[in-house]
Design a protein around this ligand. Structure first.
Ligand SMILES: [Zn+2]
Length: 356
């Protein structure tokens, strides 16, 4: 699990994926035949077919399918939008935050996209009166994102020297093992980056050409997947991502979307794409045959990279393989270890069995 922890604790918001890309590239080197970074910053890793030795059988001359796996490597976060004379920093979000989860948080400001030594710690809070002096209306109001500010504990002039508009800011939080679960920020979507590396690492023989795209700027509209799919021109695109898991108190069962510990999720549709039906059946057949726990899911709001891959070029057969994740887009995103195991098994099996 060390790799997952490393992935979850390396910052990279949309358009500032430099550090996370370097980390992934380091781990991907031994697994792929070629690795390139495209114009927008997506890391495209290609693994040529490695067919099993043909024992007496005639080798098929059919062209191997090109399978694109897309795991977005960006995380939700902020860019600095203003530094005032007192040194308080205002933020512009990159990705969808629920501001109810942003009170009293430690953050990390990253003035240098590549060099963590220049990072500064800060405290995030909304402006306004604390509970002791607040009136009734203040107490029930949920502040908007522009009302939050970061306090670095440094004098205004020093902050202005160190921090620029456009610098990346991320929430800071621990990576923990809690019962049978892993709890961390950024499991959306570093858990899928981890899944891709694990599954490729497990492969022995496969006939497909596999291209793993660690995409950029997913959280602001599936942008990196759109341009990388145009270049890759895959036959099949599988997005790897987290999906909502709201099997928790206060939500009726029919709205749970997925249930934790019940297996990897095969996403039938979300608001950006409907899964290719043959792919859906292929994944299900493999899961049943190998007794890998899985669950079907539909996410009515929100999308994955499958959305832009499917509609790229002349169209691509796509599906999303998802990890059920509780408390998504908070610093306590929670995934079950059994679901991770099921996801690795199913993806490895699919890539091993994929034929022309
Ligand atoms: Zn995601």
């Amino acid at each position: 699990m060390d790799l997952l922890e490393e992935l979850c604790t390396t910052p990279g918001v949309p358009g500032r994926e430099h550090r996370i890309r370097t980390l992934i590239e380091g781990h991907a080197k031994r697994l792929f035949d070629s690795i390139v970074t495209d114009t927008m910053g997506t890391l495209i890793c290609t693994r040529k077919p490695r067919p099993a030795p043909a024992r007496g059988k005639k080798r098929t001359t059919a062209k191997p399918p090109r399978i694109m796996l897309a795991a977005h490597m960006d995380q939700i976060g902020f860019l600095v939008s203003h530094v005032d004379d007192k040194g308080f920093i205002r933020l512009n979000p990159v990705g969808g935050f629920d501001t109810r989860n942003l009170f009293a948080r430690l953050v990390t400001i990253c003035p240098d996209v590549r060099d963590p030594k220049k990072d500064l710690p800060g405290v995030l809070n909304p402006g306004g009166k604390p509970v002791h002096i607040a009136d009734q209306a203040d107490k029930t109001k949920v502040p908007e994102i522009h009302e939050f500010f970061v306090d670095t504990g440094l004098p205004g002039e020093e902050v202005k020297k160190k921090v620029k508009i456009g610098d990346m800011v991320v929430l800071s939080a621990r990576y923990s093992h809690v019962g049978n679960a892993i709890v961390s920020q950024c499991l959306d979507n570093r858990v899928a980056c981890w899944l891709a590396v694990e599954a490729i690492g497990n492969l022995k023989h496969h006939e497909a050409e596999i291209i793993v795209a660690f995409t950029v700027q997913e959280e602001v509209g599936l942008r990196g997947a759109r341009t990388s799919a145009y270049a890759i021109k895959p036959d099949i695109g599988i997005a790897l991502d987290t999906t909502l898991c709201v099997d928790t108190p206060g939500v009726p069962g029919e709205m749970a979307i997925t249930n934790q510990g019940k297996g990897v999720a095969i996403t039938c549709m979300d608001s950006t794409s409907i899964a290719d039906y043959d792919l859906l059946e292929t994944f299900e057949t493999i899961a049943r045959k190998r007794r890998i726990p899985y669950q079907r899911s539909i996410m009515m709001r929100g999308g994955t990279d499958a959305g832009t891959i499917q509609a790229s070029g002349a169209g691509v057969r796509t599906m999303t393989l998802s990890i059920p994740t509780r408390y998504i887009h908070t610093v306590t995103e929670t995934v079950h270890k059994d679901d991770l195991e099921a996801a690795v098994k199913l993806l490895t099996a699919y890539l091993t069995e994929a034929r022309a």
